[in-house]
Write a protein that binds this ligand. Structure first.
Ligand SMILES: NC(=O)c1ccc[n+]([C@@H]2O[C@H](COP(=O)([O-])OP(=O)(O)OC[C@H]3O[C@@H](n4cnc5c(N)ncnc54)[C@H](OP(=O)(O)O)[C@@H]3O)[C@@H](O)[C@H]2O)c1
Length: 293
């Protein structure tokens, strides 16, 4: 590995979040939605994930839903021989989130990933199976050694309060929700509440799915990026993790983009820059419905 990669890795390792069970993780991880969809990109995507590991972005987020299991298989190939370096997160579909179905779904994910245990297993979103059953059976998977810990995704404050009121519900270690500069709704209530619970947010779509018009064309992001010789997306990504409360999981199939994203860990935005971003992307003043994709 080059000395440049070592420096990037040091920056990535220096930005961390702490899960509710005390586990410390780097604030920049890797997403995998749509990976494995295009067989022509397979080797490049495996290389991208391995480059991410080289850079210290050890949290890899996947789901049984992604490509009907193809993303998990690709992740399995990427972490072959490097299992100990990776922190593997997968998600169960709501219809499978209880009883025998949960056990089978977890076995399926383990088998596609080629591992014995998931580091974190998330309920992908709330469905019709009562949370009480999901919690009970997540705890069973934990007792059986199939998963190390569990959490949830796409739950807003009301659902989170209900979850934590259940027996063993407060063993949930995180909530994974959509969060980026142009979608700050959770700052109004979910984030402050999670902070009180000492529970980090896992931010999905931290680049607003590649920037598009919201981030890519922002004059403010461009101005800050130019001053720092960075890219606007690096600034946008750095912004998501600066609070120390957020673990962001940008997805990229491109190893050069992986290094670029890892470089965001080297940025600490100054108050003046944060204020500029607040003007361009205002904080929510009222309750917003949870943003989803
Ligand atoms: N829990 C949930 O319900 C949920 C929902 C959505 C997503 N997720 C998770 O969160 C992850 C991230 O979300 P996402 O994939 O939807 O969106 P994202 O990470 O915000 O954006 C991904 C897009 O950004 C591009 N990109 C990444 N880095 C770039 C860079 N440095 N320069 C230019 N383009 C760049 C990627 O293209 P290239 O590949 O060409 O670089 C891809 O098109 C997912 O992969 C998944 O693991 C969870």
């Amino acid at each position: 590995m080059s000395s440049t990669s070592n420096t990037i890795k040091e920056y990535v390792q220096a930005c961390t979040v702490t899960l509710r069970d005390g586990t410390v993780l780097p604030s920049l991880g890797q997403g995998t939605w749509h990976m494995g969809d295009d067989s022509g990109l397979r080797q490049q995507e495996i290389e991208a994930l391995r480059t991410g590991l080289d850079c210290g972005m050890t949290v890899i987020d996947t789901a049984e839903m992604y490509g009907g299991g193809k993303a998990e298989e690709l992740v399995g190939e990427a972490v072959k021989g490097r299992r100990e370096e990776a922190f593997l997160v997968s998600k169960v579909l709501p219809n499978n989130a209880g009883g025998k179905k949960l056990e089978e779904a977890c076995e399926g994910s383990l088998s596609r990933l080629g591992v014995d245990q998931l580091d974190l297993y998330l309920l992908h979103w709330r469905g019709s199976i009562p949370l009480k059953e999901t919690v009970r059976d997540m705890e069973k998977l934990k007792a059986d050694g199939k998963i190390k810990r569990w959490g949830v995704s796409n739950l807003d404050v009301r659902d989170m309060k209900e979850l934590l009121s259940l027996e063993h519900g407060n063993n949930a270690v995180c909530d994974q929700v959509l969060y980026h500069l142009a979608s700050r709704g959770i700052e109004f209530d979910l984030m402050p509440w999670m902070k009180e619970q000492q529970m980090p947010v896992i931010a999905y779509c931290p680049l607003d799915q590649g920037g598009g018009r919201t981030l890519g064309e922002s004059r403010t992001l461009q101005e800050i990026a130019e001053r720092r010789s960075m890219t606007p997306l690096q600034i946008a990504l750095a912004w998501t993790i600066q609070s120390g409360m957020v673990l962001s999981i940008p997805k990229t199939s491109n190893p050069a983009h992986v290094r670029e994203n890892a470089g965001a860990a080297s940025v600490t935005l100054a108050n003046e820059e944060l204020e500029m971003l607040d003007r361009a992307f205002p904080k929510p003043q009222t309750k917003q419905p949870l943003d989803i994709v």
